[in-house]
Design a binder for this molecule. Structure first.
Ligand code: HEC
Length: 102
C-alpha cells in the first residue's frame, strides 16, 4: 500500500536525526510553495499567508501530519507533484514555520 510505505519511509528518516525530512530539498520546496500555495493562503489570512501555519489552532501537529497535509493539498489542487516534491515542500514549511523534530 502506497500510503503505508510512505509513512514507514517517514518514520525511518525521522528516527535518524532531528530533521524529519532529511533527504529533501527545502529550497526546491520554497519555489513550489511560492508558485502554488501562497496566494490562496494570503487571500484568507492576509500578509504573506504564513499566518495559516502559525495560528494558534493550526491543524498540523507533527512532521507526519505536515507531510499528509501537503499531500492533501497536492491532490486537492491537482498539482500532480511527485512524492519527493511533496517532501521538499514539507521540509521547507517545517524549517520555516513548524520546526517539528518528529
Ligand atoms: C485554494 C486555496 C488554497 C490553496 C491553493 C492552498 N491551500 Fe493550504 N490551506 C487552505 C485552507 C483554507 C487551509 C485551512 C484549512 C482548515 O483550516 O481546515 C489550508 C491549510 C493548509 C495547511 C495547514 C495549516 C495548519 O493549520 O497547520 C498547510 C500545511 C497547507 N495548507 C499547505 C498548502 C500547500 C503546501 C499548498 C500548495 C500545494 C496549499 N496549501 C495551497 C487553502 C489553500
Amino acid at each position: 500500500m502506497k500510503l503505508l510505505r510512505y509513512v514507514l519511509l517517514l518514520l525511518i528518516t525521522s528516527s535518524a536525526s532531528a530533521e524529519p525530512f532529511q533527504n529533501a530539498d527545502a529550497s526546491a520546496g520554497k519555489t513550489l510553495v511560492n508558485q502554488h500555495c501562497i496566494s490562496c493562503h494570503a487571500a484568507s489570512f492576509g500578509g504573506d499567508g504564513s499566518g495559516i501555519y502559525t495560528r494558534e489552532l493550526r491543524k498540523v501537529k507533527n512532521a507526519q501530519a505536515l507531510a499528509a497535509q501537503v499531500r492533501n493539498c497536492n491532490t486537492m489542487l491537482g498539482l500532480k507533484w511527485f512524492e519527493d516534491e511533496e517532501l521538499n515542500v514539507a521540509k521547507y514549511l517545517n524549517q520555516q514555520y513548524y520546526q517539528y523534530t518528529e
